[in-house]
Design a protein around this ligand. Structure first.
Ligand code: AP5
Length: 216
């Protein structure tokens, strides 16, 4: 099963991705996670993209397309995958079409998690992430049992460098480049819209139902 998650920053893509990969066993391919890992490991890629992530701007298309192409060629993607945060521009969407044709793995569904912009700022500035396993929390909407400590692995929770108010505002502006993709995938009959303003577990029930209905 080839699935894509689409939605504004903070819509809940990563939160639902955790549940999808756990239940359906497909690898989670998140360009944001790949870039953050490269930055943490101080690789050449990490050094190149750090300025973009810290400020909330999009990484250039050529670089982003290259890392996804390489990732899709890895063995675990042969039986399906979940794309999260890619594509984000029309050029990326067109490049993805070509990549999927090359590997003979068309998309089954694009899950568009829709949330009104007003709620996103508080979601993002309140987000905390586990440094060890990457699990996502929110200080109000999804707090850990012990403050600052991951429920799953006991790792330390931290705030992403692009979850400051200033970077979040830039990220929301940059979404103008991604918004046309909703129509792009609707026209291709792949889009399924989910109301992301509902509680996390309600969103998950809908996502799960859609994926089961397409044969997940
Ligand atoms: P990326 O990591 O992809 O970030 P994003 O798209 O901005 O998405 P987020 O991870 O911020 O949000 P999310 O939708 O996953 O929300 P989450 O589930 O965590 O990209 C980061 C950067 O990398 C970009 O700015 C860019 O620089 C670069 N980049 C990445 N991909 C790129 C590309 N393709 N091209 C160019 N550059 C690229 O939820 C948010 C919070 O809300 C959490 O605290 C969560 O607990 C809470 N929450 C979730 N769901 C609910 C709910 N239903 N109710 C209440 N709270 C909820």
């Amino acid at each position: 099963m080839q699935v894509m998650l689409l939605g504004m920053p903070g819509a809940g893509k990563g939160t639902q991705a955790e549940r999808i990969t756990r239940e359906f066993g497909i690898p989670h391919i998140s360009t944001g996670d790949m870039f953050r890992k490269a930055i943490a490991n101080q690789t050449p890629l990490g050094m190149e993209v750090k300025q973009y992530l810290d400020s909330g701007r999009l990484v250039p298309d050529d670089l982003t397309i290259r890392i996804v192409r390489e990732r899709l060629a890895e063995a675990d993607a042969a039986n399906g995958f979940l794309l999260d945060g890619f594509p984000r521009t029309l050029a990326q969407a067109e490049a993805l079409d070509q990549m999927l044709r090359d590997i003979g793995k068309p998309l089954d569904v694009v899950l568009y998690i829709h949330v009104p912009q007003e709620v996103l700022l508080s979601r993002l500035t309140g987000r905390r992430v586990c440094r060890a396993c990457g699990a996502t929390y929110h200080v109000v909407f999804q707090p850990p049992q012990r403050e600052g400590v991951c429920d799953h692995c006991g790792g330390e929770l931290y705030q992403r460098s692009d979850d400051t108010e200033e970077a979040v505002r830039t990220r929301l502006e940059q979404y103008a480049q991604t918004a046309p993709l909703v129509e792009y995938y609707r026209e291709r009959g792949l889009l399924r819209q989910v109301d992301g303003e509902q509680p996390i577990e309600t969103v998950w029930s809908e996502v799960r139902r859609i994926l089961l209905s397409i044969g997940g």
